[in-house]
Structure formats: C-alpha cells, structure tokens
Design a protein. Sequence first.
Length: 374
Amino acid sequence: MTHQAPALTPEQKKELNEIALQIISPGKGILAADESVGSMAKRLTQIGVENTEENRRFYRQILMTADDRVKTFIGGVIFFHETLYQATDDGTPFINIIKERNIVAGIKVDKGVVPLAGTNGESTTQGLDGLAERCAQYKKDGADFAKWRCVLKISATTPSALAILENANVLARYASICQQNGIVPIVEPEILPDGEHDLKKCQYVTEKVLGAVYKALSDHHIYLEGTLLKPNMVTPGHSCPTKYSPEEIATATVTALRRTVPPAVPGVTFLSGGQSEEEATINLNAINKCPLPKPWALTFSFGRALQASALNAWGGEKDNMQAAQDVFMKRAEVNSLASLGKYEPSIEPSTEGEGEGEGEGAANQSLYIENHAY
C-alpha cells in the first residue's frame, strides 16, 4: 500500500472544485479559442485572409465581444498564449471582457505532439519542462483552468500499449502540476477519427485509453473533483463505410464513459473531432438524451464546431463583424441546448441578424482534417 501524503489543502480542493463546476454550469460549455499561430494560418488561408497578429486579434475580438447572452451559453474560454494577452480595439484585455461575464479563462499549456520512437507513427505531448512556472504566471494573469492535448490513433497496430501508457502518464503529470498551482486541468486524450474502424472498435479503444488515464490520475494523486475530461465522442472512423445514428453514437459514448470515468469527475466536455457543426450538436444532444445513468455534466469544448460558420461569415471584412457574431451566437445557443438534451434541429434559435445563410451552409460542412494537429 502506498503511503498517503496530502497533495492539496482543503482550501485548494475547494477552489479547484468551484472553478470546475462554474465552467460546466447547466447549459454552459467551453469555447476552445486556443489555436496556435500555425493552426490559425490554416483557418485564415481557407477564407483568403493573411495570417497576421492583427487579423488573429481582430477575429478573436469578434468572439470575445459577442453580445451579453453569451454568458448563458459559454462557461469557459481556452486561450492560446498570444490571445490571453491581447485586447480589443479600445484596449480592453480579452480576459477582462470574459471575466466580467462570469466566464472562466483557460490556457493551452502543452507544447505540441512529438514522435514516440519505435512506434508506428504514434506520439506523445511535450511541455512539462517549466510548466510549474508557467502555470504560476498564468494563474497570476487570470487563468483558472488549462488544457493539454494528447493524441492517439486507431489502426491495425495502434494505439500501442506504450502510447497509451506514456500519454496517460504525461496527462497525469500535467494535471498534478496544474492543481498545485490552483489551475483546473482539462485532461484531453483525443483518439483521432482517422481510419476505417467501426463504432465498436472506437468504443473498445476509448475504454482502454480512458481506463489507463484514470489509473494514472489515481497514481499521481489527482483530485478528480478539481478536473474536467475532454474526450472524443465514440464515433466510427472517418472512412468507415457504415453509418451510425446519433442514438448509436450516444449509447456507445455513454457506455464507454460509464465503464471508465469515476462519478467524482464533475464534467465531460467533448471535443468535436472534425464533425460538422450540426453533426457535433446533434450527437451531443443525443448523448444527453441517452437513457443510461450519467453522473457527470456532459457538455462541449468546441473549437471548429463553434467557429467555422462565424469564420466564413466574417471573411476578413470588418463590416461583417456583426454577422459573424450572430452566427457564432447561434452555434453557442444550439450547443447550450444540446448540453441539456433540448436541441431540436427544426427549431430556429432566437439569434437574429444577417449572414445566417452563409452560416447555415458551413454548419453542415465536414471539419475533418487528417492527422489533426494544433
């Protein structure tokens, strides 16, 4: 039996739990606006906009300054380092704007994926060096939660036992460092949708990966009530010839979570994983309507699935700012409804404004990117 030594004080635990619960208040999810400079280059290139710091700042300003209803749909925003320190045209820091709306600020702290030698193209995630110092500084600067993404792949030979174990341990070490600095860690073991695997295979791998992750979190004495999980939904591979209903995806997803995720975890904030905006919303809604017992909040932590239509509506034109905000608010509202199991695709949300035609088209477009990296 290992010796038990307290890792956190009762006061630290209370703060972490309160932050986690605030982020996933009923009807709220997370806006993932933590794309790196390289990822933003891909997004902006698609709409013919140059990848400059000013264009990135202005686009993020569109999201941060959406009308006040956003505080009823979004509980947390994940920033990239650059964005955490940016401000609006009038000099108001983005972080101040969201905090005034009782939205929690988060920060991406990993340094990206690197190859895991001796495996079939698998990876681990770097960034543990200096993480404690960075977390301490981010906490001073107003961030209360963090994100760290690990990536696994499904193929005939992957994920390997080594990749599962290594990524579980690095997530646990990251989580420990965050909690020591008063930051709630979002644990993200993403299983990519690349491949031809069916739903059953994805569920099996998801269970094995999450099982290893929670074993590692236990080994590292992580306070689960002060964490959030950001997993993939259980879906078939992007090239799988078999199509599954939202209800089948929901049952597989909830079953995998029930077998692996302790009820002490306050919430599960799903990544969209390259699904179209509408597909991600419909599947999230089905997950929340699934009749199986669900002891956690089940909500969203979407990047592309909240932003794709808004990005298209903006198109790099300042005059389109309001239209882009209207489309963004629509996506935030429908995902809020889905997190409560109350989304009906036939119901139009209350958001008004121009630019919805462009948004509607984008909402049904696949956002899949092979071997997706941030």
